[in-house]
Each structure stands twice: as structure tokens, then as C-alpha cells.
Design a protein around this ligand. Structure first.
Ligand SMILES: *[C@@H]1O[C@H](CO)[C@@H](O)[C@H](O)[C@H]1NC(C)=O
Length: 433
């Protein structure tokens, strides 16, 4: 009898807290290697994350403009003997045998002559040079495949008109839909050909995967011919975030990655709409992966900003840079959580941000601080925390999608500064759905 009880309690334990068996795709942006102090991430800092990840995506390789070859963007860091990050990263597979490590190309990290992403698609010779060099590069360093995070032209940001400078009218009718790319159709066909050729080259190698990453504000319905490519790729990563950013939309702060459409917004600019495009076009749901950003977008609030803090609201460009990431308009999750803790009574410190959660679980969390009497220090922050990450993972589960991705590990709290737990957003996305 006792052994029966033990048996059932073991069984119950085994089923409680069962992690989602679906994909958890962890992006690692190697530029974190050169950040400073607490934000500097070394490959060994990945270790505590990797037992949660099914895939690790190394970002990013680039394109050499004259030859169209796929090349490391930072030779010294990526492949030279001293650091050899490519090899260090793929070597994690001996400790985590189930882990697939992919080499990603593009990802907006390749900022030199970005038109080459279009030009390459226009010529079969360039595509061949790219495919052959890419497969060789991945194979030589022990990667399990390639991820195409292609740097297509972006949707134009929403126009904000203001009247008399001081009174702001949210005119919601104009959404830019005319992309800057005049050869859309040609690039769509070229990309389809590239996917086909890459798949062909990878399929003669043992166990090489091909995934694609749709970057933020790329109009998928223009560039991704779903029926033509979907059978050739293993995973479609939808980077369905950054719908609003302080760089694209300096005068209006708004949710960066709502799951569903908030009232009076463009119906296409949310996670559910991005997912629907692929499903409606015939993609099997288990290939679709939804990205969760680990970073916040921030705007400066000024005296014209609505004091309720409710988005969309008037803003005055990107918010102040964080102490570690040192980039205006951007904060890592640990930088956000530090601003939520109240250091008020310390003299000279700015007051903490007030967090506003979303009980509907449809749009996301934000936090803000109104400007002080001198009009300084106003800040509005749209971000994911463990709660909203869990909600996105639940959305993914409810739609039977392939899984979630974390973009990226270096901006999650990899040191456990917030609560002591390392990688809280990754963990929540894996376990709280
Ligand atoms: C994307 O392109 C389609 C087809 O050209 C267009 O109807 C749609 O409005 C575009 N989406 C956005 C968000 O601009």
C-alpha cells in the first residue's frame, strides 16, 4: 500500500510543473561580449540558461559586400584562436546533447552597406556564393544549421501630426504602408529561391536545420511566400515586437509588443496578427515560434505628456540610457527592475517608476515616471517581465504553436540581480504557461 502511495506521489510530482515540451529558442547576441561591467556577458554565462533552451541561435554573421559571402561579423571574437566564440558556443553541445545550435545571419547587426541584402537576392551567382560559404562556415564550426534573419526593408513608421506644437492630437488614420523597396516582388522571389537553395545545400549534410527569423517591422506578407517556403524550413521565428520604438516613433510612446490589438491601433501591428498571417497562408502551427523580447523600449515624457501615463501618449524621443547597456531608448530587464525598486529616500536619486500591469493580459505591462518640476526625468517604459512572458507562452500554447524564443539572453537578468534567479524571463516563458 505504502509503495502504491509512493508510486502515485512520484507520478503526481512528475506531472506537476511539467515544462512545455515545445521549442524554446534562445538567441545569443555576441555583441554583449563587449558591453561593460554587469552587462558584459561571456559565453560561460550562457550555461545556466542552456538547460531551458532547445535551440541556441548565435547572432550574428554578416554578408561581405563585394563577394556576397557569409562571414563572421567579428572575426577576432567569433573565429580567431584567442576567443573562437563559434566553437566555444557549439561545444556546449557536449554538455547539453539535445541542444541545437544555429548560426544566424543578419539580425540587424550587419550595418555595413545594408542594401546588399536586397542586391544579393537579385542574382543567382550571389546567392550561390552566399549559400556555399554559409554552409561551410556553419559546418566548420560545428553548428547544426543556419537561421536567415534577413534584413528586408521596413514598414514606414506611423506619422504623428501635432497642431500648434503644444496640443497633440492622436491622428490615427495614417499608417505608412508604402515600403521603401521598389523591387518588392523581385526580392520576394529571390528570397524564396535563396531558401530553396540553402535548403538543398544543407540537406546533403547530416542533420542540418534551416530556420528563418522575421525581423521586427518587416512586412511578412510582402517578402515571405509562405506556401513556397514553409516546407523547406524547420522553424519560423516571428520577432513580433518593436511595433513601436522611440527611434521609429519618437513623439509617441506606446506598447511595443501587444499580443492583441489595443483600441484604435493598426490591426496588423500585434503578435496575433503576425501569427495569423502565417497560419492563414498555410503554415503548420508547430513551425511557428513567437519571440519574447528581454529588453524594454523607453521614451522621455515631458510637460505635454498626458499625466495618466496611459498609452499612446505624447513623448519627446528616446528615454535616458541605462547604466549598463548605455543606449538611449533601451533598457535590459535587470535595468528595468532596478528602476522599479524604490530608492526614493536616497538623496539625489530619481524616484522609482510606477508599474502598470494589464489584467486583460492582452497588451503588456508598462511603467512610468512623470517629469519633475523642472520638466526633467520623465520616462515611459514598455517591457516584458516574467508575468507577461508567461502570458505570451500561454498564448503560444493555446494556439498550439511550435514554441517561444527569447531575444536575447544577454538582456535577460543573466546574473540574477533582480530576485536572485538567473534568466527570469526565460524561466517564466518555459514554465509559466
Ligand atoms: C503589408 O503589406 C500588405 C500587402 O502589400 C499591406 O496590405 C499591409 O497593409 C502591409 N502591412 C503594414 C503593417 O504596413
Amino acid at each position: 500500500m505504502r509503495s502504491l502511495i509512493t508510486f502515485f506521489s512520484v507520478l503526481a510530482l512528475a506531472f506537476a510543473n511539467q515544462p512545455n515540451p515545445s521549442k524554446v529558442i534562445c538567441y545569443y547576441d555576441s555583441k554583449s561580449y563587449v558591453r561593460e561591467s554587469q552587462a558584459r556577458m561571456l559565453p560561460m554565462d550562457l550555461d545556466p540558461a542552456l538547460s531551458f533552451c532547445t535551440h541556441l541561435v548565435y547572432g550574428y554573421a554578416g554578408i561581405q559586400p563585394d563577394t556576397f559571402k557569409m562571414v563572421p561579423l567579428n572575426e577576432n571574437l567569433d573565429v580567431d584562436k584567442t576567443h573562437a566564440n563559434y566553437r566555444t558556443i557549439t561545444n556546449f553541445k557536449s554538455k547539453y546533447p539535445g541542444l541545437k545550435v544555429l548560426l544566424s545571419i543578419g539580425g540587424d547587426a550587419d550595418v555595413d552597406e545594408t542594401l546588399k541584402y536586397n542586391v544579393l537576392l537579385e542574382s543567382p551567382q550571389s546567392r550561390t556564393a552566399f549559400v556555399n560559404s554559409g554552409v561551410l562556415l556553419a559546418e566548420q564550426h560545428g553548428f547544426d544549421g543556419i537561421d536567415l534573419a534577413w534584413q528586408f526593408a521596413r514598414i514606414k513608421p506611423k506619422k504623428i501630426r501635432s497642431t500648434w506644437g503644444s496640443i497633440w492630437h492622436g491622428i490615427k488614420k495614417t499608417f505608412g504602408t508604402t515600403p521603401v523597396d521598389e523591387k518588392e516582388a523581385e526580392h520576394r522571389e529571390g528570397f524564396t529561391a535563396l531558401v530553396r537553395e540553402m535548403k538543398q545545400a544543407l540537406s546533403v549534410k547530416p542533420n542540418m536545420q534551416l530556420s528563418i527569423t522575421v525581423l521586427p517591422n518587416v512586412n511578412a506578407s510582402i517578402y515571405y511566400d509562405v506556401p513556397a517556403i514553409i516546407n523547406l524550413v524547420d522553424i519560423v521565428n516571428l520577432q513580433a515586437f518593436d511595433y513601436n520604438t522611440p527611434y521609429r516613433n519618437p513623439k509617441e510612446a506606446d506598447y511595443t509588443a501587444p499580443t492583441y490589438k489595443p483600441q484604435n491601433r493598426n490591426e496588423l501591428l500585434n503578435v496575433d496578427s503576425a501569427v495569423s498571417y502565417w497560419l492563414t497562408a498555410g503554415a503548420p502551427s508547430n513551425k511557428i515560434v513567437v519571440a519574447i523580447a528581454t529588453f524594454a523600449r523607453t521614451w522621455k515624457l515631458d510637460s505635454e505628456s498626458e499625466i495618466s501615463g496611459v498609452p499612446p501618449l505624447h513623448a519627446d524621443g528616446p528615454g535616458e540610457a541605462g547604466p549598463y547597456t548605455k543606449t538611449e531608448g533601451l533598457l535590459s530587464y535587470p535595468e528595468v527592475c532596478a528602476k522599479l525598486i524604490n530608492p526614493n529616500h536616497q538623496k539625489g536619486m530619481r524616484p522609482h517608476l510606477r508599474k502598470v500591469t494589464d489584467p486583460s493580459k492582452r497588451f503588456g505591462t508598462y511603467a512610468f515616471r512623470l517629469p519633475d518640476d523642472n520638466g526633467e526625468a520623465g520616462l515611459w517604459v514598455s517591457y516584458e517581465d516574467p508575468d507577461t512572458a508567461g502570458q505570451k507562452a500561454s498564448y503560444v500554447k493555446s494556439k498550439n504553436l511550435g514554441g517561444i524564443s527569447i531575444v536575447d539572453l544577454s538582456l535577460d537578468d543573466f546574473r540574477g540581480l533582480c530576485t536572485g534567479d538567473k534568466y527570469p524571463i526565460l524561466r517564466a516563458a518555459k514554465y509559466r504557461s
